[in-house]
Design a protein around this ligand. Structure first.
Ligand SMILES: [Ca+2]
Length: 367
């Protein structure tokens, strides 16, 4: 009996070691929602008209990052995956998701994007980028069509340590990345992340579906929600190649811990400058000319102050000169008068004294 108990305990112990424990799915380290219905890029883009582009296929609703043991898991939820009409190997084919991540590690960083016609602000410059593509062929996007992880010095094509797939039950596109491939994995909550969703096009430049002024079956409509006065500017941006090629945008950072609003997305993506030929920045930036105007005003004020000082100096000189003239005028008559008066009195007194002297001498002599 005792032996039987030992055997059972030993078997239980072996089972405990060998059998995989149930996956304890932890809470996401990052979870950010995105407004529904803001899948209009800079605010005025519309979907291509082909039937496959169902409403919501380019609308991000949520983004999550999980710390799962050996992997970091990224999940992008959309309103509707739209099925997989062209049988993308990764389970989806309409969407193309770019995830740009700036970590806290001291690494070389890039402010460009891979075919989206927007730039990231320096504090959002990325250390690694995940390009989640449908997954045909064998070379990484955008040269080939396989999903890719871009690092400062290398490009990793999807494989066992970097899996990309669709979670059709939850309308999500998922990337599972081995921690061995990523920098700064102990600091996930402090990462700065930009998620962009665009329309995948195996024949488009950099595998991104082009934006057209009037749209069409296979092009994003650049003016679907634009007023007539906006069309000329949008057409010029497309001609210059600075139109943002993004349908929906999500940002996670210390400044935007809960994501961004539709209005922020629209104004940022609309911040391209056709006069300077500059693409939009993410996040949007305050234009420099405002600062230059303020500086010019300050310089003018300084000039005015120096003019006032000069005027004051001139007035002082005039005052001093007039005082000196008065002094001279007053002094000379006084001196003359005093001298004349002195001599006259002295002469009269002398004459009187002489007369008195003669009178006394005459009286004395008589006696
Ligand atoms: Ca959205």
């Amino acid at each position: 009996m005792k032996r039987f108990v030992y055997i059972v305990l030993a078997l239980l112990f072996i089972a405990y070691i060998i059998l995989p424990s149930p996956v304890a799915y932890s809470a996401p380290v990052i979870s950010v929602t995105d407004p529904e219905g803001d899948d209009r890029g800079p605010g005025y883009y519309g979907y291509p008209t082909a039937d496959v582009f169902k409403p919501g296929v380019f609308d991000i609703l949520k983004f999550e990052v999980y710390d799962e043991g050996n992997n970091v898991v990224f999940k992008v939820y959309v309103r509707d995956l739209g099925g997989n009409p062209w049988n993308g190997p990764n389970g989806f084919c309409l969407q193309y998701i770019h995830i740009y991540v700036r970590t806290k590690a001291p690494l070389p960083a890039r402010t460009d994007t891979i075919g989206l016609n927007v730039l990231l602000r320096p504090e959002y410059a990325w250390h690694f980028a995940l390009l989640l593509a449908p997954g045909w062929e064998s070379d990484p996007v955008p040269v080939g069509q396989r999903a890719a992880l871009y690092l400062p010095t290398q490009v990793v094509v999807q494989d066992d340590s970097f899996k990309v797939y669709a979670d059709t039950d939850n309308n999500a596109i998922v990337a599972e990345v081995s921690k061995d491939l990523l920098p700064d994995v102990e600091n996930i909550a402090n990462w700065v992340i930009v998620v962009a969703l665009t329309s995948y096009d195996g024949f488009g430049p950099a595998r991104v579906r082009p934006v057209d002024v009037t749209g069409g079956e296979w092009a994003v409509n650049g003016t679907a929600y634009a007023t007539p006065d906006m069309v000329k500017r949008i057409a010029k941006a497309i001609a210059q190649g600075i139109e943002p090629r993004i349908m929906d945008l999500l940002v996670y950072s210390a400044d935007y811990p809960n994501g961004i609003t539709a209005e922020e997305q629209y104004s940022w993506l609309d911040s391209y400058n056709i006069d300077l030929g500059l693409p939009a920045f993410i996040p949007g930036v305050v234009l420099q000319p405002v600062t230059i105007t303020e500086t010019q005003t300050l310089v003018k004020t300084t000039t005015k102050v120096s003019t006032l000082t000069e005027t004051t100096t001139v007035e002082k000189t005039v005052t001093t000169t007039s005082v000196e003239e008065k002094t001279i005028t007053t002094t000379s008559p006084t001196t003359t008068t005093v001298t004349v008066t002195d001599w006259t009195i002295t002469g009269v007194v002398g004459i009187i004294l002489l007369i008195i002297g003669f009178a006394i001498g005459y009286v004395v002599k008589k006696k």
